[in-house]
Ligand binder design. Structure first.
Ligand code: NI
Length: 150
């Protein structure tokens, strides 16, 4: 099911999301709906607060297949790279955002298993962007330059 995406100004985007304690059937359905919503909007990532759910769940697909994580945490980060970034919650706005080049992220997968993901490039950027959403942080808070466009 494609869910409506909350836009900038919606208070849920500024709240710190709560940890997921148990991977229930509802949580799995949430991931499914988030993926559908992300693909329909042609995004590469989505965080649960963007669909109005204040829990620590994210999905990312930068072209290598869907990745879903609960309670994701960056446990190691190296390098720095500044690239153009946008957000489905802030349509028509882009910014140059400095991010770590490579990250090691820990979290729970869809089955509740502890997992670690090493990422670089766009995958790394998307993970950092979505994890920020769980702490009420938007890319415009970190952008060095903001521009309008497509
Ligand atoms: Ni976003």
């Amino acid at each position: 099911m494609v869910l409506p995406i909350r836009k900038k100004g919606d208070p849920i985007l500024r709240r710190v999301a709560l940890p997921v304690l148990k991977i229930t059937r509802e949580m799995d359905a949430l991931i499914e709906n988030m993926l559908e919503t992300m693909y329909a909007a042609e995004g590469v990532g989505l965080a649960a607060p963007q669909v109005g759910i204040g829990c620590r769940a994210i999905v990312v697909d930068v072209g290598q297949g869907p990745v879903a994580l609960f309670n994701p945490e960056i446990i190691h980060a190296t390098g720095s790279v500044t690239e153009r970034e946008g957000c489905l919650s802030i349509p028509g706005v882009f910014g140059m955002v400095p991010r770590a080049e490579r990250v090691l992220v820990r979290g729970l997968d869809r089955h509740g298993e502890e997992t670690r993901i090493e990422a670089s490039g766009l995958f790394s950027r998307a993970l950092q962007h979505e994890i920020d959403h769980l702490d009420g942080i938007l890319f415009i808070d970190k952008a060095r330059e903001i521009m309008e466009g497509k």
